[in-house]
Design a protein around this ligand. Structure first.
Ligand code: FES
Length: 531
């Protein structure tokens, strides 16, 4: 092919021909290989690292050299490495998407119900037997849109720059991949799915429908629509499932409060209590709901991906190799690694517990500042003038945590705690001890609610009344797949919900700054501040 050069990705064994000057990240997108790009390709996070196996790449520029300090040795950054001549590369983290063809054959008589949580970072699917209601398979795949940035605003920006069609395709690919994997576990195929329910945040749903997202780019943030929708007959998901499949996309509440929160509220059961209760979905876009006397107030806060283990120097998903828990006991750290092997990165619960452990050891102050003085001083170092510590388990291998990571966590928890106080204030609740708190999110199963209170993510009033609910968006969507009439309950709740827009609230910055410290706080006092 004249004027183009091949890039081969191993171990997927896929080759794509691209124009000279194309980045390896763009080539990966064309090849259907998902390389996470949490910083949106700015060369700042080092997560898109690839090893050049064959070929002669151009020398790295200043920005890439800086970004490479966060990547393993001998790598290049896919987002900045331009293809000038044939290359073969091996991404450090990548997942190929399989193409789905018409080879799938419907298993006669088998009816499956399916639900999908279309998240910013990952897409999860569950498949249920229509007759027995038994769950038959689950699956989680990275959202292929990660190559356009890690948070919803980066994706909105990419869509406005003309990448909308590619983002829509990436969403469809991810949904189909997750569904196909879950169907595979269930011994069925996509054509067996007779009903699919999708829940997602406002931006993910807007990109799936290729809506105009310009109203989500600036305040007052508004979605094109918040009603219950269905995918058209032309949509790839509809075509893969077959036109007879019923597809429902759950309604959002408004602003950045989407159908994922609506689905979560339906399963929380908080509306059935007279006492006040709070629901928090700790995602990249943290969503908050406060129930009191039959009414619900909702909002969202831009927390960044720290709670999900992303956006930090050594972070990643809650999969084998991730540190899911850190404890400081007997003068040393104890690490719990998913799968039991060597630690490779911190997932969300690992990050939270690591900060708590370092607080307990006296190496992090309430202002978030790290100090090498203390029992773990020999594990401290500096990377580019930034204080860092290697979290080591008994085997000696470790994961590095930097001062910058602590700041990312503080920004995330500050946004959540400030959001909680302001929404509680608007809802007019009277905080009391042992309030009901439901915490949803994909942070790993080892999260200790006590860490959330001690680090000031949740208020002291949560006490031991915290219930970790996992992925409630997926659960709510599955509820609707099994019992379609539940959607009416969700629509009713959505129509009655009061949406609190934090971005328009002058008090937010002050409460946010007060909420950054890593210590327990009283919701009552914080609310007083925002009154
Ligand atoms: S450094 Fe390449 S995506 Fe962040």
């Amino acid at each position: 092919m004249a004027g183009t050069v091949p890039v081969t990705f191993v171990p997927a064994g896929k080759t794509v021909w691209v124009s000279p000057g194309t980045t390896v990240l763009q080539a990966a997108q064309s090849a259907g290989i998902v390389i996470p790009a949490p910083c949106g390709g700015a060369g700042r996070c080092g997560k898109c690292a690839v090893r050049v196996i064959e070929g002669t790449p151009p020398e790295p520029g200043v920005v890439e050299v800086r970004g490479l300090k966060l990547a393993p040795r001998g790598m290049r950054l896919a987002c900045l490495l331009k293809v000038e001549s044939p290359l073969t590369v091996r991404p450090v983290i990548a997942q190929p998407t399989r193409s789905l063809g018409a080879t799938e054959v419907r298993e006669p008589g088998r009816e499956l119900l399916a639900a999908v949580d279309l998240g910013t970072t990952s897409v999860q699917a569950v498949v249920v037997d229509a007759e027995s209601g038994l769950e038959l398979g689950r699956s989680s795949v990275p959202n292929a849109q990660q190559s356009w940035g890690s948070d919803v605003m980066a994706r909105v920006g990419a869509a406005l720059e003309g990448h909308g069609p590619a983002l829509q395709k990436a969403a469809e690919d991810s949904i189909l991949q997750a569904l196909q994997n879950a169907c595979g576990h269930a011994g069925g195929c996509l054509r067996n799915v007779t009903r699919l329910v999708i829940a997602g945040n406002t931006v993910m749903v807007a990109l799936l429908f290729s809506d105009d997202v310009s109203t989500l780019a600036e305040a007052p943030y508004e979605a094109a629509t918040t009603r219950t929708r269905s995918l058209s007959g032309d949509a790839r998901v509809t075509q893969e499932l077959g036109s007879s499949a019923e597809i429902t996309v759950l309604p959002g509440v408004g602003g950045f409060v989407g159908g994922d929160l609506a689905a979560g509220l339906a399963v929380s059961g908080l509306q059935d209590y007279d006492d006040p209760g709070m629901f928090i979905d700790l995602g990249t876009n943290a969503e908050i709901a406060v129930f009191t006397k039959g009414s619900v107030s909702v909002s969202s806060a831009a927390a960044g991906p720290a709670f999900e283990g992303y956006g930090i120097a050594n972070g990643g998903p809650a999969l084998d190799g991730a540190v899911e828990r850190v404890r400081f006991t007997d003068g040393r750290l104890a690490l719990k690694v998913i799968g039991g092997g060597e630690p490779h990165w911190l997932c969300g619960s690992g990050l939270v517990s690591a900060i708590r452990a370092l607080r307990d050891a006296g190496h992090i102050g309430s202002d978030g500042r790290m100090t090498p003085d203390g029992p773990l001083s020999s594990d401290f170092t500096e990377i580019d003038g930034i204080v860092a510590v290697t979290l080591r388990g008994s085997q000696g291998a470790g994961v590095v945590l930097t001062q910058k990571d602590i700041r990312s966590f503080q920004l995330a928890k500050g946004a959540v705690a400030a959001g909680l106080a302001l929404v509680a204030q608007e809802a007019g609740i009277k905080p009391r001890k042992r309030m009901r708190f439901i915490v949803a999110g994909a942070f790993g199963s080892a999260l200790d609610p006590d860490d959330l209170v001690e680090l000031g993510v949740l208020p002291q009033e949560a006490g031991d009344g915290v219930h970790l609910a996992g992925n409630t968006s997926l659960l709510g969507a599955a509820m609707v797949a099994v019992r379609p009439d539940v959607v009416e309950r969700i629509e009713d709740m959505v129509s009655r919900a009061m949406h609190v827009e934090l971005a328009m609230d002058d008090r937010f910055n002050e409460v946010f700054l007060a909420s950054m410290s890593l210590e327990p706080y009283s919701l009552k006092k914080r609310m007083r501040m925002s009154s």
